[in-house]
Design a protein around this ligand. Structure first.
Ligand code: ACO
Length: 368
């Protein structure tokens, strides 16, 4: 059997239209544009409308990625949605996406590694492809963290934004694609960044709501120190494991949490900032969605081209951190143009029919 490589062949992003600026925030909490920009680099972020959710943004980003890859949703073998703000505790947001886009033969599950989740998801998908278990994987990072933020807490509400980004990963015999990865965790720091309420430890109750346990809680200074250290380590380790050096890397796409963390990491790596992708000024920290959103913008700005070596590196709650080195490719050659969006009508009809069938079966079996 010929070796299988895992190539990124499609990419897409979806962000809400609604913009929340630092000036808007200064009317809500005791802060200022000057403070937020100087401490984080963030100017504005996107906030989901009431009718938008983690699943709807994920499905839109996924469809756009399929469009670029020229892949029919029915060809997907696996959908991984990385998120810390899932639609529900269960079912998995990935299953809602599977139903919406009409991916009839795909497995679907969520992955929770906070802001590192997309790096984890790329590697899970790539490993499944390299083992020859599957051929076509859709990985999505999607968040509506605005729903978990305490809008009265100036320590956290200035940081986060909503959005989604997606990659299609496909098998190919051409060398390249996902070359290496390091994925790490340290649960002893779990309390530094958490949403403690609503799970099995602190089930939702009047008391948990009163105590605000359903909101993001964060020790910013500790997270900051941890982040600057692990971004450098993980980048160096993933490059070394591919037998390359920083000189071989054309672009670094870091998790977009804080301009100062990114600059400190670039200094630690002795790597020029003009080869580091930054767009957090316009989107804030979209957690696991930040890397694919930054990737889509890097491609649009012609900063990432086929053949380039790119490192994606992230850190987040868990604690988790990781990096992956990818030789960038692009869509696989194809004979016929497909339109992933056109099957959405069929997907909705199929979904309705499946619900109807279960209802009728329930009535019939229920009578016996
Ligand atoms: N406006 C004005 N003042 C503020 C604000 C604000 N929005 N927030 C905090 N302050 C005050 C603090 O109360 C503090 O005042 P004090 O000294 O009187 O107590 C002072 O500003 C300095 O606070 P610090 O916490 O030391 O500020 P710092 O320079 O560390 O910046 C920040 C805070 C931006 C949160 C920074 O620590 C950071 O970015 N940390 C990393 C956070 C992060 O990346 N989290 C996401 C991880 S990814 C994931 O998994 C979701």
């Amino acid at each position: 059997m010929s070796p299988s490589y895992a190539h990124i062949t499609g990419w897409g992003m979806a962000v809400p239209d609604k913009i929340l600026t630092n000036h808007d925030l200064a009317k809500m909490v005791d802060t200022s544009d000057e403070w937020i920009v100087s401490r984080t680099g963030i100017h504005e972020r996107r906030i989901a409308r009431a009718d938008q959710s983690t699943a709807s943004l994920a499905a839109e980003a996924g469809l756009r990625a399929l469009q670029v890859a020229n892949l029919h949703p029915g060809e997907l073998d696996m959908i991984i949605v990385s998120t810390s703000s899932p639609e529900y505790i269960f079912p998995a947001t990935a299953c809602l996406v599977q139903d919406r886009i009409g991916a009839g033969k795909a497995s679907a599950f969520d992955l929770l590694a906070a802001c590192t989740g997309f790096v984890y998801a790329i590697n899970l998908g790539a490993q499944a492809i390299k083992s020859s278990a599957v051929k076509n994987v859709l990985v999505i990072g999607s968040e509506t963290l605005s729903r978990l933020v305490n809008w009265k807490d100036r320590n956290t509400c200035i940081l986060f934004g909503d959005g989604a980004g997606a990659f299609v990963i496909q098998a190919s015999e051409e060398p390249g694609g996902v070359l290496s990865a390091v994925l790490r965790s340290d649960g002893s720091g779990g309390d530094l960044l958490s949403v403690p309420g609503g799970g099995s430890r602190h089930p939702a109750s009047m008391q948990s709501l009163y105590d605000g346990l359903h909101y993001i809680q964060m020790n910013g200074r500790e997270v900051f120190r941890f982040a600057t250290r692990v971004m450098v380590e993980a980048t160096q380790q993933t490059i070394e494991s591919a037998n390359l050096t920083m000189d071989d890397i054309q672009l670094v796409i870091p998790h977009q949490a804080n301009q100062r963390i990114i600059e400190a990491a670039a200094r630690g790596l002795d790597y020029p900032m003009d080869k580091v992708m930054v767009n957090l000024d316009r989107f804030g920290n979209t957690s696991t969605a930040s890397i694919p959103i930054a990737t889509v913008e890097a491609i649009e700005q012609n900063r990432l081209k086929p053949g380039d070596n790119v490192v994606m590196v992230a850190f987040g709650s868990g604690l988790t951190w990781g990096a992956t080195l990818i030789q960038w490719s692009g869509p696989l050659p194809y004979r016929r143009k497909v339109s992933p969006r056109k099957v959405q009508w069929f997907a909705r009809t199929r979904s309705l029919l499946a619900r109807l069938r279960r209802r009728i079966e329930g009535i019939l079996w229920g009578r016996e």
